[in-house]
Structure formats: C-alpha cells, structure tokens
Design a protein around this ligand. Sequence first.
Ligand SMILES: [Mg+2]
Length: 256
Amino acid sequence: MPEQKSLKAILFDLDDTLIDWGNVTQDWLAFENGFLGRVQIFIESQGYTLPFEPFADAFRTSNQLAWETGRRNFVAPHMGRLLVEAAETIGIPPGKLDATACLRAADRGIIEGTVAFPDAARVLGEIRAAGVRTAIVTNAPQPMWLRDYEMEYHGLMPYFPDCRLSAADVGYLKPHPAIFETALRCLGVKADEAVFVGDSLSADVVGAQGVGLAAVWHKPRPGESLLDGLVTPDATVTTLADLPAALDALFPNWRS
Ligand SMILES: [Mg+2]
C-alpha cells in the first residue's frame, strides 16, 4: 500500500477566497481620489508642487499599463512605485520620493462592504488546530503590510502568523511559479505536502497545479468562468464550510 502523504500546509488566496468582495458598496472613483489626494498632500508637504488632476491621471495611466503588462509577463504592479512614477511623470525630480512613505500617506484603509466569509475564522481555526500551517498568497499590488490592516480588521491575522505574501513583495503575479515557490519556501514544505485554495481558475488553480500543488477552487458565487471545462481543480467548494470535507478526499489523514 502506498505511503499516505501528510498535509503540512494550506496556502490561501485572499480576495474573494477569504474576504468577500461580493457586496462592496464603495464608490471606487471616490476611494481612489481619496487616497491619491492624501498622497498629493504628502508630496506637497515635501516642498513640491503637484497638481491633483494631472497626478491622478498619470497614476491611472501608469496603473493601467502596469496591469496590461503584468497580464502578459506576470511582473507584478507595485502601487508604491506607481505613485512615485506618476509624480515623476508630471515633474517631480526622479529619485526624490520614497514609495513606502507614499503608501503610508495613502492610508488606504478598508474597502466599504468587504467582509470575511462567514465560515473563514472557524475553518481556519480547525485547520490550524490540526497542526497544518497556513499562508496567504495574494495578487495584491500593495506590499503585504498594507493588506495586513485589512486582515486584522476582518479577524484573519491570528490564523496566518507565519507567511503572508503579496505579488508586490515577490515581484510576480500568480499564476507565475515564483510566487507559489516563495510561499512553499517560506513555510518549509514541499508542493505535494500542501494545498492551494483560491477563487480564480486562471491565477490560483492553474498556477498552483503548475508547481505541483493540489488546488481547491473556492467558487463563492455562481457564474461562468472562461476556463470552465478547460481547467480541472482537484476539488471545488462553494463555501469555506465545505473545505474540511474536500481536504478529507485529498489528504484522508489530515485531521490526525
Ligand atoms: Mg481572489
């Protein structure tokens, strides 16, 4: 009888996997103008003149270009560097602004209407209690310290003490192997000892399976995906409450 593999770690996507964005009430333009305005005030406090509209336009142009490029080569956009680039595009001397200070000034805060999925804390507690390690692997363009505020707010931080990675930190977007491999190294586990849970077939499921991880597709809302039928997750759950049972099928001894 083949030796039973043991489950050592579960890697989670963040947005729409643990945090539900399905009922966001935030006016996105107002939100973006809010943080860009705070960055503008910060940069002007350094003794520069930075008119708001050209700065906001330059940021939106840089941001859009970075995501278009990132979708082709998987190089991750970095919001701090995009803020600096936008300011430099409209005349701030190169090399004078600090990306981290600009992100602090942005004070991005919590997106109105986001909530943790109702079963997230309970299921994460169950997983941790079984001795399984956990990691966050998100395609966020913000460094993880900025997303940590949201994880705290949503009560998720206690379940991820070891390893939280954003694409901005690693430099690559899922499905690029680098971000998954960085997470496995961070936890000290091999791909066949771990599972990835995420809501995106193209980023999470394809990327995780590409490096040899079993991939659970968390599909919180009905609807078609372009990749339906082309990608086969190792398991599919519509609620996190079903994740423990899905793990039973993949790693029968994971609870012991
Ligand atoms: Mg997601």
